[in-house]
Design a protein around this ligand. Structure first.
Ligand code: HEC
Ligand code: HEC
Length: 256
């Protein structure tokens, strides 16, 4: 068979497709992989490489939050071996893969942890998530979903406001500005002083949706003093929805 340019076309097309990142499984030639991989030894190993390049400088080689670029800023990079994940959607505090992928993609606004959506492919972010699960030793732990009941019809933000004064104001302040009487006495599980969020002006690090707010109040923020029942009593689902409605009204006021 003679070597014509035409006979090389299919191979060329394949190479171009790989280079454009159109393939889920490509990458043997060093191209960046895309798509969601299965969690297996290969993807976890890939995640180790992603972690070493992009995360280790803050989170440390073993994920203990002691990397050289951790800086002095608070909160410190998470020590994964403490198994405290703040922004989870589950009843038992074990993050789902999606919870971790969400944090890695959108970052944690207001902290050193930048959003990786623009810099890492989805494959790289999933692989890094699998490696974080391994470092934390939670690979075989099962997340228990938090059943969030639908919001009751008819908002009752006023009742939510009263609940807020009762249960939240000692940290977040009477108006939610993050200036309650307990400020200055609160520390996280790294032993650092931690400030309650200004709920009017600051970005919500675990997401703005009503469901995200519901989860935040129901489970609390593990590794911080904001966990029921230590920080405030375990509230009923109806009470939590009223609080969510109040918080949404409060946050709306910053735009008006
Ligand atoms: C510049 C420093 C820095 C880099 C780089 C960094 N992180 Fe973080 N990361 C942080 C800080 C700081 C926090 C703690 C934020 C907080 O407590 O609110 C954090 C928190 C986290 C959390 C915990 C989220 C939760 O719900 O509690 C995960 C997971 C995480 N990082 C994964 C990663 C991965 C994966 C990478 C690399 C792709 C990475 N981080 C790169 C600083 C960094
Ligand atoms: C013991 C003190 C304390 C109490 C009581 C408390 N919080 Fe917090 N809250 C905090 C701290 C500290 C943070 C910030 C945690 C962090 O940045 O890691 C926080 C953060 C939050 C956030 C931000 C979540 C995000 O995604 O960024 C919300 C919303 C919130 N609290 C709502 C409430 C509500 C509603 C109550 C009452 C039911 C309440 N808190 C009671 C200390 C408290």
């Amino acid at each position: 068979m003679s070597r014509t340019t035409l006979s090389n076309l299919p191979a060329l097309t394949l190479v171009l497709a790989l280079a454009a990142g159109c393939s889920d499984s490509g990458g043997e030639n060093g191209d960046r992989k895309t798509g969601k991989p299965e969690r297996n030894d290969e993807s976890i190993q890939y995640g180790k490489g992603v972690f070493e390049k992009n995360c280790e400088k803050c989170h440390g080689k073993e994920g203990k939050g002691d990397g050289p670029s951790r800086g002095l800023s608070i909160p410190k990079p998470r020590d994964f071996t403490k198994k405290h994940f703040k922004y989870v959607s589950t009843a038992n505090g074990v993050p789902t893969e999606e919870d971790l992928f969400g944090v890695v993609s959108r970052g944690v606004p207001g902290t050193q942890m930048a959003a990786m959506e623009g810099t890492l492919t989805d494959y790289e972010r999933w692989a890094a998530v699998y490696y974080v699960q391994r470092l934390a030793g939670i690979e075989n732990e099962t997340p228990v979903p938090l059943n969030i009941p639908p919001a009751p019809a008819g908002a009752d933000a006023k009742a939510g406001g009263r609940l807020f004064i009762m249960h939240c104001s000692k940290c977040h302040g009477v108006k939610g500005e993050g200036d309650g009487v307990a400020v200055g006495t609160l520390s996280d599980d790294h032993g650092d002083l931690i400030s309650p969020r200004n709920l009017i002006t600051e970005a919500l690090r675990g997401g703005d949706s009503p469901e995200a707010l519901f989860a935040r109040i129901k489970i609390g923020i593990p590794g911080t003093p904001m966990v029921p029942p230590e920080g405030y009593p375990a509230l009923s689902n109806e009470e939590i929805w009223k609080l969510v409605q109040y918080l949404q009204e409060l946050r709306q006021s910053r735009i008006e």
